[in-house]
Write a protein that binds this ligand. Structure first.
Ligand SMILES: [Ca+2]
Length: 322
C-alpha cells in the first residue's frame, strides 16, 4: 500500500469511533434484558420498579473510559489512602463499635481491626459509599460493550438482591462500577458473602453496621483467613539483596528469610514463629519499603487484587489496633 493511501485510511479511521460498542439502542437492549431477568426468576415487580426505570448514565461511561494517569508508586498511594486522620478515625470507630465488631470477629474468627481497616479504606468508614444508583450504573456498563458479559451477570445479581428484599431500589447505591454499600461488595460478592448481622432478616450492607461488619468478617473467614497469623510486617532487607527473590511467587519460611539477613525495620531480629511461609513484597523496588507477607495477605488480595491495597489494609489494621 502506498503511503498516501495509508495516510488517507488513517484519517478515515480516526473519524470513526475506535471500537463500535453497543450497536443496539438502549431501550431495545433493555427489553432483551427484561426477558432474560424474567427467565432467571426475577419477579415482575422488581423488573417494573427497578429495571424498567433504568436509564443510561453518561458519567459512568466517562469514568469507565478514564485513563489511569501514570502509575502511582506505592509511596504515593499510601500517602493518599492513609493519613493520620484516617488512623485516628479508625481507632475511634474501633472503640465506638467494639461490641458489634467483637461479635463479628468472634463468630467468623477474624480480627476486628482488619474489619475496621477494610471499612476505612473502602468508604472512609461508611462516609463515602458512592452516590450512583446501582441498577442504572450496571445497566449502563452491561449495555456498553467493553465488559458487558461481566456487568450483565452483576446486573442480574443486583436484581436478585432487590427481589430478596434486602434494600429498596432507590436506596441501592454504590460506586459507578456497582460496588455497593459500606464495604463495597459487588452484587456477586453480596450473594457469596453478605450476612445478616442483626438478625432482622435483611442483609443490609448500606445502613446496618452489624451487617457490614459481619459481612466483611465472613468474607475474610470464607476466603481462608488464619486467625493465629498477622498479614505480614514491614522489614529491612540487607544491601545488595537479590531482586529475583521479591514477589508473591517466591515463598520461604521466616527462618529462611532471617538467615538471609532480613530484620525488623529497626534492625532487630524477626520474631521466632519461624515456620510461617512468607513472601517478600517490594512495591517500589528494594530501595522502597519492603514487607514480608503471609497467608492473610493473599486473603486480602482476594478482596482486591492489588499489593498496594493489601499492604495498606495491613498497615492500617496494625495502627488501628495500637
Ligand atoms: Ca440485617
Amino acid at each position: 500500500m502506498n503511503i498516501k493511501k495509508t495516510v488517507i485510511l488513517f484519517f478515515l479511521a480516526a473519524l470513526l469511533p475506535s471500537v463500535t460498542y453497543a450497536a443496539q439502542p438502549f431501550d431495545q437492549w433493555l427489553s432483551g434484558l427484561e426477558k432474560e431477568a424474567r427467565q432467571k426468576g426475577i419477579s415482575q415487580q422488581t423488573i417494573d420498579t427497578a429495571l424498567k426505570q433504568a436509564r443510561l448514565i453518561p458519567r459512568v461511561i466517562e469514568l469507565d473510559r478514564k485513563q489511569p494517569e501514570g502509575r502511582m508508586t506505592f509511596g504515593e498511594y499510601y500517602t493518599k489512602v492513609i493519613n493520620q486522620q484516617r488512623i485516628n478515625k479508625g481507632r475511634e470507630m474501633y472503640r465506638l463499635h467494639k461490641t458489634e465488631l467483637s461479635r463479628a470477629a468472634e463468630k467468623y474468627d477474624v480480627p476486628a481491626n482488619y474489619i475496621v481497616a477494610l471499612w476505612g479504606i473502602e468508604t472512609n468508614y461508611g462516609s463515602n459509599t458512592g452516590g450512583f444508583k446501582v441498577i442504572p450504573a450496571l445497566a449502563t456498563l452491561a449495555h456498553d460493550g467493553r465488559r458487558s458479559k461481566f456487568f450483565r451477570a452483576e446486573l442480574i445479581n443486583a436484581l436478585k438482591i432487590l427481589d430478596e428484599g434486602h434494600i429498596l431500589p432507590e436506596n441501592m447505591k454504590g460506586s459507578w462500577a456497582g460496588a455497593m454499600g459500606q464495604n463495597q461488595f459487588m452484587p456477586s460478592s453480596f450473594h457469596a458473602f453478605a450476612v445478616d448481622g442483626n438478625n432482622d432478616g435483611k442483609r443490609n450492607i448500606w445502613t446496618s453496621l452489624p451487617d457490614v461488619f459481619a459481612s466483611t468478617a465472613n468474607y475474610l473467614g470464607k476466603s481462608g483467613w488464619k486467625n493465629d497469623e498477622r498479614w505480614g510486617r514491614e522489614v529491612r532487607v540487607p544491601k545488595n539483596f537479590p531482586k529475583s527473590l521479591t514477589g508473591l511467587e517466591t515463598k520461604k519460611t521466616l527462618s529462611q528469610w532471617k538467615g538471609m539477613g532480613i530484620t525488623l525495620p529497626n534492625g532487630a531480629a524477626l520474631p521466632q514463629a519461624t515456620d510461617i511461609n512468607a513472601s517478600l513484597v517490594a512495591p517500589d523496588g528494594l530501595a522502597g519499603r519492603t514487607f514480608l507477607v503471609y497467608n492473610n495477605y493473599r486473603v486480602i488480595m482476594k478482596w482486591n487484587k492489588s499489593t498496594y491495597f493489601a499492604t495498606s489494609v495491613g498497615l492500617l489494621a496494625d495502627q488501628i489496633a495500637q
